[in-house]
Design a binder for this molecule. Structure first.
Ligand code: GLU
Length: 348
């Protein structure tokens, strides 16, 4: 699950982008990056690994300054976790910078189409098709280009977009992935979750699925997919930052319990392709799986309890003896494991 943050305001947004990314970092990430409008066009700085590395890079970048920008923490789905695949991604003419959360399901056919038309790709991500589509459809009207490009995209995505011809404008697109608009005194902003917005403002717009927003420091315009203008539904967040992190629940425990259906769906989503369950990274074929005669589950805390539930399910459905161990104790045992034992380690 990645994090998206974006600002269009009057002060330097670079430190604000970094702060926002830190707030969103609990969502997990493998690389991070920002893009800001500068005098010389859109400038991007990215880093693989921890946000501290991005922060260090920014220091050596000689005080990057811009009042409108986007930031991203990536959780790779298409292409390795690497500097090359880190967001934001740029169009070939460097006019458009894009951050994306989610998956563009039809990226392969779009990529083939764009490559046949002469666009060349700099990354392995599905996201990059969005940059080239924007370039392809841009004839001087940003809104037209955005509407034309998003109509081509299938899948789930939240997008933050910059166009160098409109240095005060930040574009937000939402379809099934989370994205929220914040409305402050001298700035408007976007973020994957309200925790990154409440330090700046309590006024938010929950963008609906299939909606597109154009933000400047003083305006927010909301459209549907067909380009018809929508009413802005401003809500007031009545939480401080701590309770916002609890998403409105009184206790983190309640939040975690209530989030389970969504968390389970989001976790499984990336392992279901065309109705089939696939674990691409697992490298266990059916022959190997059939030989398994013992399962060891190793976990701590709540994950241990999840393991105990799994033991019941596995023994019931698979008839394979399953043991659950507290990970902190397992290292002290002389466990009976061999080449046909499957070990599952569960961690948050
Ligand atoms: N699918 C995109 C990628 O692999 C975005 C992943 C994310 O949500 O961080 O780069």
């Amino acid at each position: 699950m990645c994090g998206i943050i974006g600002f269009s305001g009057t002060e330097n947004c670079v430190p604000l982008l970094l702060e926002g990314l830190k707030t969103l970092s609990y969502r997990g990430y493998d690389s991070a990056g920002i893009a800001v409008h500068t005098d010389g066009g859109v400038t991007t700085v990215k880093a693989k690994g921890k946000l501290e590395i991005l922060e260090e890079k920014l220091k050596t970048h000689g005080g990057l300054f811009g009042t409108c920008g986007i930031g991203h923490t990536r959780w790779a789905t298409h292409g390795a976790p690497s500097l090359r695949n880190a967001h934001p991604h740029l169009s070939g003419n460097r006019k458009f910078a894009v951050v994306h959360n989610g998956i563009i399901e039809n990226y392969a056919s779009l990529k083939a189409e764009l490559e046949a038309e002469g666009f060349s790709f700099a990354s392995e991500t599905d996201t990059e098709v969005v940059c080239h589509l924007l370039e392809k459809y841009y004839k001087g009207d940003l809104k037209e280009a955005v509407f034309s490009a998003v109509k081509r995209l299938e899948g789930s995505y939240a997008l933050g977009i910059l166009c160098s011809d409109m240095p005060e404008t930040l574009v937000a697109v939402k379809r099934f992935s989370p994205l929220i608009i914040g409305i402050a005194e001298d700035a408007n902003m976007i973020a994957s979750d309200v925790t990154a917005i409440v330090p700046h403002t309590k006024k938010v717009i929950y963008i609906g699925d299939g909606e597109i927003a154009f933000l400047t420091p003083s305006s927010v315009e909301l459209f549907d997919w067909q380009g018809s203008m929508k009413d802005r539904r401003i809500s007031i967040v009545n939480w401080d930052v701590v309770s916002a992190e609890k998403n409105g629940w009184d206790h983190f425990m309640m939040k975690e319990i209530m989030e389970q259906p969504r968390a389970v769906a989001e976790t499984l989503e990336r392992n279901i392709k065309n109705g089939e369950v696939v674990f691409e990274g697992l490298k266990l074929d059916a022959t190997r799986l059939k030989k398994i005669n013992r399962i060891n589950i190793i976990a701590c805390g709540s994950a241990y309890h999840a393991g105990v539930v799994a033991k019941y399910v596995f023994e019931e459905l698979l008839r394979i003896p399953t043991e659950v161990d507290l990970a902190s104790e397992f290292r002290y045992r002389n466990p009976i494991v061999d080449g046909d034992t499957l070990t599952l380690a569960i961690s948050q």
